[in-house]
Design a protein around this ligand. Sequence first.
Ligand code: S3P
Length: 167
Amino acid sequence: SDGERIALPIVLVGPMGAGKSRVGQRLATSVDAPFIDTDLRIAERYGPIDEIFAREGEEYFRIVEREVVAEALREEAVISLGGGAVLHPDTLADLAGLAVVWLRVSREAVRPRLAGGNRPLIAEGGLDRWSAILAERRPLYEAVADLSIDTSRRSVARIVDAITERF
Ligand code: S3P
């Protein structure tokens, strides 16, 4: 952006551990916009995400996730979506008209980033499960993204610069 204000909302998508929350937080600060992390919003309203998965199942999680995502996408903010938010057809349709950044990460680089996180989908299966899920979703990320950035060996500051240069 040429000294003009960045297009908002700007939406970060990509797999678990790609850095959507860290980059989104820093990008929002850098462009002086609010930051919305849809996972945090879900947890505020419905409780911890692993408990939602355990008690109600993934299908229910996707329903409440869609509600939170739909609301977030109407705000002039930097928005980090949960890795599976693109599975919802209405979210895919919404993203078609927005500035969307796909944060990529290699399997090697994601390993330490996944340690200790609250991630029920890969609680069993670990890195192999992570790779299998990514293989399923890659076409969706590819379809919605205006820009993709490999975060594997880049600092958060450089990733933020790449995004603000493009939008
Ligand atoms: C999920 C990713 C998580 C969270 C939930 C499901 C997924 O978000 O929404 O555990 O389906 O990939 P992050 O991508 O922020 O880890």
